[in-house]
Design a protein around this ligand. Structure first.
Ligand SMILES: Nc1ncnc2c1ncn2[C@@H]1O[C@H](COP(=O)(O)OP(=O)(O)O)[C@@H](O)[C@H]1O
Ligand SMILES: [Mg+2]
Length: 502
């Protein structure tokens, strides 16, 4: 396997070579710049280097051009010039071990998760709920968790909402108020989400993030590529889904302390979408997960056009920066250029702000963290060329890669196992039957009984009916508890964001 220079990643060359320090990769990264300035290519070069060090990678592919990593690159004028001027020896065009995932199951293994796993926080965001409505959603999740009812898909959640609404009086004391208005609003939001195709990724088999930790036969880290062209049409679905993946990664990995290289590198393209109109509470949690995931050995790279679109609290945690060219025609753009320039340690050799606007494609202002965690003085440098193809591959190529992957069997077919919906429907039917039977019994008895005994007979029937109804619901809860007991093997614990903790 290829060993990078002195254990570091050669990323770019200006007046000198710029190396990325893998031990500092968990201090996260930023790749910014206007469209067409070289962000995706930079992402590929960073990803390729980590893969070569044996680190698996996750990449969200919005334009489809990341898919080319499964085939070798080919020479063009630009690359030839880079190879010559940067003094790259033995440059070899090569493909990388790749797995494709696709929420829609068209250009990759289908990616699904369950409502239970996604949890109320992220779902509330997806549904655009108010604080009060989010509170109600949390209550509904808590009741489902306590009763051991699995919420796999949207229909489970809808029937669970109905169940809680129907029994709101009973739940009020131990869980809090569930108003019909909030339930109505949430049900409507669920229908809207379904209409937008948001139900697509709820179901089973749910993605196990552990499957991302794979290596090619030669030990290079797997490129796990999520095809996002279609998902990206719904920016909120896209950003929430990626945030869910990040939190899953966080929950999955143990504390790692200081490592000489990360365990996983996560590239979050169009990252600004994560923060667009995000409520303050969510922003704080994102900030928290970005900070905490460091100690689990995950390197997160945010890719965005304008770094100002990323909140200050998150930017402050980013140690490694690759800033491609920014245009500055409007006052807003000028502000962005100034802010981007200010985020760098000044290099006395040039004016950061001016250079930022004249950078060529594939050229960038780069600053990384040194051994001591101090940002290096900003360098103007050309990013190395990628070894794999810069272009998108044909769908047929992706199809072949998927067919040859061991994950094809695991995720290929959706299953719909017994969950809250089925159990609640069964419970309702059983309760209905019990009530009907009791009613018949009552009528018969009433007919048979003498007039003076009628009152007593009525009372008896009423009490037996309520007992039966109770036992029907009790049965559901215990059978659901068995299901979840079998599946999870332990009590439900929710972590950050209310996602399931394993
Ligand atoms: N480091 C590089 N080496 C060679 N060519 C590059 C490099 N960076 C960018 N390019 C060229 O510029 C084009 C646009 O780059 P891209 O990364 O797709 O831009 P962005 O993602 O910012 O829109 C690429 O298709 C490629 O031809
Ligand atoms: Mg791009």
């Amino acid at each position: 396997m290829y060993t990078p220079d002195n254990g570091k990643i050669w990323l770019a060359t200006g007046t000198e070579r710029v190396y990325l320090n893998p031990a500092m990769a968990n201090r996260h990264g930023l790749i910014a710049g206007a469209t067409g300035t070289g962000k995706t290519v930079t992402l590929k070069v960073v990803a390729e280097s980590f893969s070569e060090m044996g680190v698996p990678v996750f990449i969200a592919d919005i334009k489809g051009d990341v898919s080319g990593m499964c085939v070798p690159g080919s020479e063009n004028k630009h690359i030839r010039r880079s190879i010559d001027t940067m003094g790259i020896e033995n440059f070899n065009y090569t493909s990388f071990p790749v797995r494709f995932f696709d929420v829609y199951g068209k250009l990759g293994h289908p990616v699904r998760t369950t409502i239970s796993e996604m949890g109320p926080e992220l779902l509330g965001r997806l549904l655009g709920l108010t604080d009060v409505q989010s509170g109600v959603l949390r209550i509904v999740f808590r009741i489902a968790d306590d009763k051991g009812l699995l919420l796999l898909d949207l229909k489970d959640l809808r029937s669970m909402m109905q169940y809680v609404a129907d029994n709101a009086a009973e739940f009020k004391i131990s869980y809090g108020n569930v108003s019909p208005q909030s339930v109505g609003a949430i049900q409507r939001a669920l229908l809207t989400l379904e209409d937008e195709g948001g139900d697509i990724f709820f179901g089973e088999p749910a993605l196990e993030i552990a499957d991302w930790f794979e290596w090619g036969d030669d030990g290079r880290g797997m490129m796990n590529i999520l095809e996002c062209a279609e998902l990206f049409q719904h920016p909120l679905l896209y950003s929430t889904f990626l945030l869910w993946m990040l939190t899953e990664l966080y929950e999955l990995l143990p504390e790692a302390g200081d490592l000489d290289k990360p365990k996983m590198v996560f590239f979050f393209d169009e990252a600004h979408l994560l923060f667009n109109d995000a409520p303050k509470a969510l922003l704080e949690k994102i900030e928290q997960v970005v900070r905490l995931i460091r100690s689990k050995g995950v390197s997160v790279w945010f890719i965005t056009q304008n770094p100002m679109d990323i909140p200050e609290t998150v930017l402050a945690q980013i140690g490694n920066r690759v800033q491609h060219a920014l245009r500055a025609y409007t006052p807003n753009e000028q502000r962005a250029v100034r802010a981007a320039a200010k985020s760098f340690r000044v290099n006395p050799d040039f004016d950061t702000e001016a250079v930022l606007q004249e950078l060529a494609t594939g050229e960038a202002l780069v600053s990384v963290l040194d051994e001591k965690g101090v940002p290096t003085v900003v360098q103007r440098a050309g990013i190395l060329p990628p070894k794999s193809s810069m272009n998108a591959v044909e769908p047929a190529v992706i199809g072949t890669v998927c067919a040859n992957s061991p994950l094809a069997d695991k995720y290929g077919k959706a299953v719909d196992r017994e969950s809250a919906y089925e159990l609640l429907v069964a419970a309702a039917e059983e309760a209905q039957k019990a009530a009907e039977a009791a009613e018949k019994e009552r009528q018969k008895e009433a007919e048979r009984a003498a007039k003076e005994k009628e009152k007593a007979a009525k009372k008896k029937a009423a009490s037996s009916s309520s007992r039966k109804r109770q036992s029907a619901v009790g049965k559901v809860a215990s059978s659901a508890a068995n299901t979840i007991g079998r599946e999870l093997g332990k009590q439900i614990v929710r972590g950050l964001f209310g996602t399931l903790r394993r």
